[in-house]
Design a protein around this ligand. Sequence first.
Ligand code: GAL
Length: 975
Amino acid sequence: MDLPYLEDVSPGTGSLPPRAWYARSDAVSLSLNGSWRFRLSPTAFAADDSFAADGYDAGAWDTVAVPGHWVLEGHGAPVYTNMVYPFPVDPPRVPTENPTGDHLRTFDLPDDWPATGGGTLRFDGVESCARVWLNGTELGEFKGSRLPHEFAVGHLLKPSGNVLAVRVHQWSSGSYLEDQDQWWLPGIFRDVTLLHRPEGCALDFFTHASYDHRAGTGTLRVDSDVEGQVSVPELGIEVATGESVTVPVEPWTAETPRLYDGILATAGERVPLRIGFRTVAVEDGVIKVNGRRILFRGVNRHEFHPERGRALDLATMRTDVLLMKQNNINAVRTSHYPPHPAFLDFCDELGLWVIDECDLETHGFTEQEWRDNPVDDDRWTPALLDRAARMVERDKNHPSVIIWSLGNECGTGRGLEAMARWIRERDTGRLIHYEGDQSCAYTDMYSRMYADHAEVERIGRREDTDGPERRRQLPFILCEYGHAMGNGPGGLSEYQRLFEAHERNQGGFIWEWIDHGFEHPEFGYAYGGDFGEELHDGNFVCDGLLFPDRCGSPGLDAYKRVIQPVRFGYDKAAGTVRVTNLHDFADLSHLSFGWMYISDDDAVNEVGELAVPPELGPGESVELKLPDPPPASRATETFLHLTAMVGVETNWTKLDHVVARDEFALTPRPAVRVATGERPVREGDFITLGPGTFDARTGELRTLSGISLASAPRLDIWRAPTDNDNGASWQGGRRNGLLWRELGLHRMQHRLDAVELTDDALTVRTRVAPASRNIGLRAVYRWTSDAAQLRLTVSVMPEGEWTVPLPRLGIRLGLPAAYGFAHWFGGGPGEAYPDTAAASDTGRHLMPVDRMQTPYVRPQENGARAGVRWAELRAGFSGEGVRVVGDPAFWFTARRWTTEQLDAATHRTDLTPGETLWVHLDHGQQGIGSQSCGPGVLPQYELHAAPAEFSLTFSRREATPEDEPTLPPLPPFAG
Ligand code: GAL
C-alpha cells in the first residue's frame, strides 16, 4: 500500500543537499520568526491544503510564536515518555489521531533585497514532519526534527505579499527515529530564515584546520563547492580554496579556545570563518587532542527552557555554556540530537569539547526485543544516512566538535554501520561514538552508561574480557553516569579517582544538565503525567544538575568540586601546601591563589596569597611553604582553606570566581564539655533538670529555659525517600526506598519502657519499631545538666535482623516557628550527604531556614548540612534561640514541614510552612548513590543498623546585638 509522505520511511523530498551552517555572511537574509497564523487539526488530513493557496484568508485563525511548540501555546499539551512510544508500535505507521498544525505567514522582501540572485528558505528545526508551500507552490516535505532543511525559492519570491504555508504533523515515520527521553513537543521550534543567494555565492565548504603539536604549526585548507579565496589576516594567510597552508599558530583546545577570524570569499559572497586549529586522534589506546590525553568532565545537555521547551533563545544557549564553564565542566554531549547551531558557536568561542549526537533513538523497540528496529532494516537506511549527513554537513566547521555520535539507544544494526562508514569517509578528522555498539565494531571508543565503579576500574585496567580484543585497545568514556535525578548523584569523587588513575578512562558525562520541568500554575513545575498523559514516566524527566529555572542544584556544586582542575595537598608536619595543575593544556596563569586559617570563634582568621608559579604546566605540582598556623593551644578548632580564583579577565566569568577549593583540619576538635552535676527533681507531673522541664510520665522534654517545645526530641530514622533511594523501576537489585516503606520505617512506633531518675541523670528507655515486624531499635535517652545546659546522650541498640540500611539515625524535635534563622559551625553553605559532600566547606554559616531547603521538583529528603559542631536556631539573625552542640558533630536539617509531609508531597506547591520548625540532628545518614538510573550507594556510605551512641547539648542562646548581613533573595520555592 502506498503510504502518505508522513508515514513513508524516506527522509523527504524537494529540499537542497545539506551544507555547512553559518550565522551571517554579507548576503542579505530575512528572519521569518515571529507571530504566525495557526490552525490545529486533530488528524493529518482533516483540513485540506487550500490554506497554502494565494489569497487564503486566515484572519479567523489563532496565532502562535515561531520558533515555538503549539502544545505550549494553548493547543493540546506536552507528553512525556522515557523510552516507550506514546503510540502503537507498527512502523512506519502512525495513529490517525495526529495533531497537525497549519502555519501561515506573509512577508515582504526588505528594500535592500537584491533584484538578482536566488533565495533559500531554511528551517533549523521542525518536529516532526513538515510540508511546505511558498506562494501556492509546494516545495516539498521533510522529517528529521532537529536538523536543518533548506529549499530553493528564488524563483517564487515576490517583492511583497509572499505567503509561506507550513503543515506540521506531530507524528510521522520520523517519530520512530526520535524516541529520546524527553517531552514530545511538536512545532516549528527553531528559526525560519530566508537567505538571499547572490550569483557566485558560497555553497558548502569544509574548513580543515589541524595542529601539529611537535612543530607548533597549524595547517589550513578550506574545501569549497564554489571556488574562492581564504584569508586569515592575523596569520597572514591568503590562499585559494582547496589549497593547504601551514603556519605557526596557537592551537584551539577547550581550555584555550583560540579562534582565528577568517573569510571565505567567493565571487558573490563573503562568509566569516572562525578557525580553531586542533588535531583529534586515538593514539596508544587513548583519545588525544594536539598530542595530549584529554579528560572529559562532561554533561549531557538536552535543549530545555521551562516555558519555551526546545525553542531556545541565544541568551539561554550562552548561559548554558557560561554555567558549564563556571562549574569546571569542559565537555558536553548534545544528547540526543544536534543542538541549535548557535550553541556550537558558543562552544567554539568559550571552549567546550563537544560530542555532537545525531537525531536518532529507537529505544522503544527494546520492548519487543528490538524486532523491526529501523536501524537494522535497509528500508530505513536512507533516512539514517540523511540524518548523519545533515548533522555532519551542518556542524563540520566547528573546532569544538571533536566526536560524532551516531545517536542514542537504538540497539545495533546495519543502518548504524552505514552511518559510521559514511561519516568516516566524509570527515577523517574526528572520532565516532555510539554507546550501543558494545563490541566497538564501527566506533572509535568504548562507551558505556551507568557502569558501576568496580566495572569502570576493570575497564580502566583493560580487563574487560567480556568483549572483543579490539575493544580493549580503545579508549573508554562513560557517555552517561551520575544520574542527577532529585537529591544526588552520589559517588562522583570515586569515579573521578578512577578517571585519574587509569589512562584509558577518559572521563564521563553526567546525566543530565537540566530538569525538564515546565512552569505550571498549580504544580510549580510540571513533569510527566501532569498534563493528563495516558502513558508517562513521571518525574524521570527531572534529572538535571540545574533546576528548570537554571539555578544550580547541590549536585552541580558537588560536581564542580569533584572535577576542579587544581588539586591541593597539605603536609602538616612540613607546613607546606602542594598544588597540582590538573588541566590538560592550560598553565595556571589565569588563576590566583589564596590561603586562609579559620576557626570557630573568629579568634583566628588569617589570610594570604599563595605564590603559585603561573607557568606551572598541566600535570605539574609545586610545594609551597605557608606561614606558621596559629598556635595549636587555642581552645578552638582551626582549618586551612585553600582557594584558586580567576585572576585575569576572561569571557566566561568574573574576576575572583572560585575555581577550586579545599580544606585541611589543623587541630582536632577540642573535647566538648560534658554538662553534668545537676540532679533531676520530680514535682507533680513534671521533672526539672537544669534548664529543662520534662513530662514525668513520658520523660519527654517540654521546655528548655522557658521555650516550649512543639515536639520533644525523639529518635528518628525516616527520611523522605529520594529518587535515588527509590531506584528505577527496571532495576532488579535492592531498592532501599521501597524496602524501607515495605518494612514500615515510615511509621515507627515508640514504646516507653521506663523513666528513671538518678542523682545526676534522667534516663528514658524506649523501643522503636514498625508494626508487624520483629525488628526494632532500643533507644535510651540519658539527660544530664550543669544547670545552664542540658545534655542528651542517645544510645541505640538494634534488635532482630536488619537487612536494609537505615535511612537516617538521629533525633528530631519541634521548635516554635519563630526560630527560623540558623547559624552553625560545620559544613556548608549547601546541602551534603555522605557521598555528595564534596562542596561542603567547614566554617560558620548562617541563613534563614527557608533557604536551607533544596527545591527538588519532586519534593524529597534534602537540606542536610554535614559535620555540624554546633547549630543555633534563632528568632531572627541576632535574636534569642536554642543552641545545640554535637558530640560528635552531626547532620543538621531544619524545615517548616515534617518528613511525612515532605514524603507525601509530589510537587513543590504541596509544601506549605506550618507552625512548627522541625529540626533533625542526625548521627548518621545513608548515602545517596545514583540508583535512579545507575549504581546504588557504595558500601562505605551505607548506614547500617549497629549499636551507636551520640550526644547533643542544648542551651538557650540570648539575643546579641549584631549587624544583620544582607543576604541574597530567597530561591523561588514554596515556603
Ligand atoms: C539513558 C538514556 C537517557 C536517559 C537516561 C535516564 O539510558 O540514554 O536518554 O533516559 O538513561 O535518565
